[in-house]
Design a binder for this molecule. Structure first.
Ligand code: ZN
Ligand code: ZN
Length: 476
């Protein structure tokens, strides 16, 4: 049931509920309220609890005299900070890039969940009663989901079988159960009591839940820094399996961040490096980007072997979504006679059942060679290829399994020469899709050559970003 309150009316109602119950207006010990909360959840008695959540807006002050309001800790400013990955998004996403307010009362709860795309979250407690938080380390997320699957849900709730079923239900954010169940199955659980003036940060893929001790007001927003990319990739893979529409264009963000990083690292005056730039974040960007570009090359090679041709499309074109898995296709996509909607390069199986062969066309973003050259340059750095191999080895993503040819000897050599060339006339003959031809021109057709790519790797410092040329999509 939805009721409308003003902030003050909600406060009055919340305080009345609290004092009626505990004959007290003050704070009660966190341990006591925790026991009471789980007792209540156990009896299923939570109807009297109202929780005004997900209110768009912020309670940070804009006043110049407010130290917190003008600092970087003002959550309204977070997404536009220089190290924030989300600054590269074209448009704001409420609750993700812009903060939301959460107004609670006694035993208002937030159910077990991870953030969308496994983003970080940061939560500020503006005023009112404390909140108890429970958190699971990100690396224990698979164990957490296993316990939920096997000991919390019954088959009826799980819409699909397998590892992703519990995740799908957890995304609904309606599952609350006591942390004891997790501890009994050796899943580590940490607890924190958040008071006014305190921040809580949740890390990528770290499940969390909690409840309020009385009337309060908090504010939260998501964020990402470089070290989020590997986990963001895992989240994208899961969204694709579950056919969930992604909120973020993961591939686009990765490419843009990698190109900006390469500019900072390889430009002659590298004082553009951020003073506190963190090496592990940089390493994550490099490794994730190398995996992406190695995958793109490998997939192109396979699809070209089945007779497909390639051409490029304008770097200014909007990023399309794959019509099969809904991922963003920033670097490339495929169209053929039987599938006129864009398909990403991850659908080898689906493509095998279509007989379009030479009528299949791979569209590569203009600047593909530069992207690849940057990936090759990153690979030259010590430890990067080893880390790429490690991540690919441990990945559940079947598309990445054949990235290193040792797993299957089909003659593939990474970054080998591919003949990606098709004239405009051929595109027209092969595909009667005029809307695509608006942004495919003769000039943009690529003659792909590994030597050329290597050259662009050497002269990488001379290619400009963010200026008035075709690379302007990289400006931020
Ligand atoms: Zn796809
Ligand atoms: Zn086809």
């Amino acid at each position: 049931m939805i009721r409308k309150y003003t902030f003050r009316d909600f406060e009055k109602m919340a305080n009345k509920v609290f004092s009626r119950r505990y004959s007290s207006a003050g704070c009660l010990p966190a341990r006591y309220l925790e026991e009471q909360f789980w007792q209540e959840i156990g009896c299923g008695k939570t109807e009297s609890v109202e929780y005004a959540c997900d209110i768009e807006g912020s309670a940070f002050s804009c006043s110049p005299s407010d130290q917190l309001g003008k600092s970087k800790w003002n959550l309204k400013r977070l997404s536009s900070l220089p190290k924030s990955i989300l600054r590269l998004l074209g448009a704001a996403i409420p609750g993700v890039t812009d903060p939301m307010l959460y107004i609670g009362m006694l035993f208002s709860l937030f159910a077990w969940h991870v953030e969308d795309h496994y983003l970080y979250s940061i939560n500020y407690h503006h005023c009112g009663a404390s909140k108890t938080w429970y958190g699971i380390p990100g690396n224990a997320a698979p164990d957490f989901e296993k316990v939920v699957r096997e000991h919390v849900y019954d088959r009826g709730i799980l819409s699909s079988e397998g590892d992703d079923a519990a995740f799908d239900v957890l995304l609904g954010k309606t599952t609350m159960f006591p942390p004891n169940i997790l501890l009994e199955h050796n899943v580590p659980v940490y607890k924190a009591v958040q008071k006014p003036g305190e921040f809580i940060i949740t890390f990528p893929r770290a499940y969390h839940s909690g409840f309020s001790h009385g009337f309060n007001c908090g504010e939260a927003v998501n964020f990402a820094i470089g070290d989020w990319f590997p986990l963001g990739a895992v989240a994208s893979q899961r969204y694709a399996l579950l056919k969930r529409i992604p909120l973020l264009p993961h591939e686009e963000l990765l490419c843009k961040e990698a190109m900006l990083l390469s500019r900072r690292l390889f430009s002659p005056n590298s004082e553009v490096l951020l003073p506190t730039e963190d090496l592990s974040s940089q390493c994550c960007i490099k490794v994730s980007f190398v995996i992406l570009m190695r995958f793109q090359h490998r997939a192109c090679w396979l699809i070209m072997n089945s007779g497909a041709r390639a051409c490029s499309y304008s770097s200014k074109a909007v990023t399309l979504s794959c019509s099969i898995c809904l991922r963003d296709c920033y670097v490339s996509y495929i169209k053929c006679d039987c599938n006129m909607n864009p398909v990403c390069l991850r659908h080898e199986t689906e493509l095998r059942s279509c007989h379009c062969g030479r009528k299949r066309i791979i569209f590569l973003r203009e600047g593909f060679l530069e992207l690849e050259a940057v990936a090759r340059k990153f690979e030259q750095e010590e430890g990067i290829v080893e880390e790429v191999q490690k991540q690919v080895f441990h990945s559940d993503d079947q598309c990445l399994k054949n990235l290193f040819p040792s797993t299957r000897d089909d003659g593939y050599i990474p970054y080998c020469k591919l003949n990606l060339y098709l004239s405009l006339e051929n595109v027209e003959q092969r595909m009667e899709i005029s809307e695509d031809l608006d942004f495919v021109s003769q000039r943009e057709c690529i003659k792909y050559d590994a030597e050329e790519a290597a050259c662009s790797a050497i002269s990488i410092s001379s290619f400009s970003l963010g200026q008035n040329d075709s690379n302007s999509q990289f400006s931020c």
